[in-house]
Structure formats: structure tokens, C-alpha cells
Design a protein. Structure first.
Length: 250
């Protein structure tokens, strides 16, 4: 556990020692700001009976943030170690493959969570400005952040796998971005597709991250959503561990 925590601190600290880490935080804040401005424009002069989180995630800014920042956060996980020559030194130390993989994942996931944390302060500030406490129900806000963290865990695991497959940070970022778009588009509005057979629509409905996020933003923590993200994240980390293990013995 001590070695694992040391590796996590090393991974997390690398983001605050580089310019890219601060760029990611600034990009998240900027795009969330655009999302809030768009939200205010849409509800101006209209009665609002839904939590602000539900309205917030009806925009595409959330997915834009996830799709753009995930490659930048995860591209350094393994690729930077390989390009700088420290990967071989890391893998020859007395640490297990799972410790390395989980430490990389925990570091990237922690940074992702920290980048989204200022959104909580923004929501609380809007609550104070508007004076409408019903729009910012704490359980709904909490479930929304659960959804954000679950989506983030899936994309961080996806990015760690892409980074483990190459020594180029640019290639790792591009692969993560393309995989992320494919995963998001796979379940995007499956009920509107007229070209899809009827049997496939329920299956795509179950893996639609847009649908999942809508439920979380409404304050609904559904068990099947938790199982989907936990199992998908675990599977991607397992594949990453196998890739790291195979590279160790080459």
C-alpha cells in the first residue's frame, strides 16, 4: 500500500508540475462557463421546475469537456514514461503490474475529479445569487457528481489503455479521443435510429452514456448504471494490466 500511494502521489504531482495540467483545469472551467451561460439564456424569463443539473447536462458541453480533456490527462500515463526512458526503470523496481496500472489510473482519475470540483462552487454561487434553493437540491447535485465521476473513471481507464499501447503521447491522445467518440456515439440517441434493428435498440439504450447522465442529473442513481461503469472500467484496467505485463517480458 505504501508503494502504491507513492506511485499515486508521483502520478498526480506530475500534472501540477507541467503546464498541461493547468490548461486542462482552465479548459474545464471555460467550457463549464459556456454551458452555464447557455443555460441562463435558455431559462431567462421562463419558469423552471427542474434541477439546474438536469438542464445543465442537456447541453453538449459536458461531453465536449470529457472528450477533449481525457486524452490530455491520460496521454502521459505510460507513453511519457516510455519516451523519457523511465518506464524500464519503473518496471524493474519491486512493484507489481497491478500496482503500476492502478496507481496510474488513480492518479489520472484524481486529477479528473479535481478539475471538476470547482463546478460545485459555481453551483453554490448560483444558488446564492438566484435565491432559488429548490433548483440546487443537494442530493441531486451529489448524484450528478457521482455520474461525472463514473463517466470519468471509464474514460480514464480507456486513456490508460491507449497510453500503455504506445510510447507516443500524441498517438495515445488521438487513440483515446477516437475511442471516446466511438463509445459515446455507440449509444447516442439509439431510439431515433431508423436504420437499427428493433432488437439492438434496447441493448444500445443500456450502454448509452447520455441516457445514464440524464438519470444522474435528475437525482437517480440506478444500479444498472453503476454496474455498467464498474464492469467496463474493470475490464479496461484488466486489459491494460495484460498489456503492461506483456511489455515487461519483451
Amino acid at each position: 500500500m505504501r508503494v502504491f500511494l507513492t506511485l499515486v502521489r508521483r502520478e498526480l504531482g506530475s500534472y501540477f508540475k507541467s503546464f498541461s495540467g493547468y490548461v486542462v483545469v482552465a479548459a474545464v472551467l471555460l467550457l463549464n462557463g459556456f454551458s452555464l451561460v447557455d443555460l441562463i439564456e435558455r431559462v431567462r424569463g421562463h419558469a423552471v421546475h427542474a434541477p439546474v443539473t438536469e438542464l445543465l447536462f442537456q447541453t453538449y458541453y459536458f461531453w465536449l469537456v470529457v472528450l477533449l480533456t481525457s486524452p490530455v490527462i491520460t496521454m502521459r500515463a505510460f507513453a511519457a514514461e516510455k519516451s523519457s526512458g523511465t518506464y524500464e526503470a519503473l518496471m524493474t523496481t519491486p512493484v507489481g503490474d497491478w500496482q503500476v496500472v492502478l496507481a496510474k489510473f488513480a492518479g489520472t482519475f484524481s486529477f479528473f475529479a479535481l478539475a471538476w470540483l470547482p463546478l460545485m462552487a459555481v453551483l453554490l454561487a448560483l444558488r446564492q445569487i438566484t435565491g432559488v434553493a429548490a433548483l440546487f437540491d443537494p442530493p441531486v447535485v451529489a448524484s450528478t457528481f457521482v455520474g461525472i465521476l463514473l463517466v470519468g473513471s471509464l474514460f480514464m481507464a480507456l486513456g490508460c489503455l491507449a497510453s500503455a499501447l504506445t510510447r507516443s503521447e500524441i498517438i495515445a491522445a488521438m487513440v483515446t479521443f477516437l475511442w471516446g467518440i466511438g463509445l459515446w456515439m455507440l449509444g447516442y440517441r439509439p431510439d431515433t435510429s431508423s436504420l437499427m434493428p428493433a432488437w439492438a435498440q434496447p441493448a444500445l439504450e443500456q450502454i448509452s452514456m447520455s441516457r445514464h447522465m440524464e438519470d444522474f442529473a435528475r437525482g437517480l442513481v440506478v444500479g444498472r448504471h453503476l454496474v455498467f461503469y464498474a464492469s467496463a472500467t474493470a475490464f479496461l484496467l484488466f486489459v491494460t494490466q495484460r498489456v503492461v505485463q506483456s511489455r515487461r517480458w519483451k
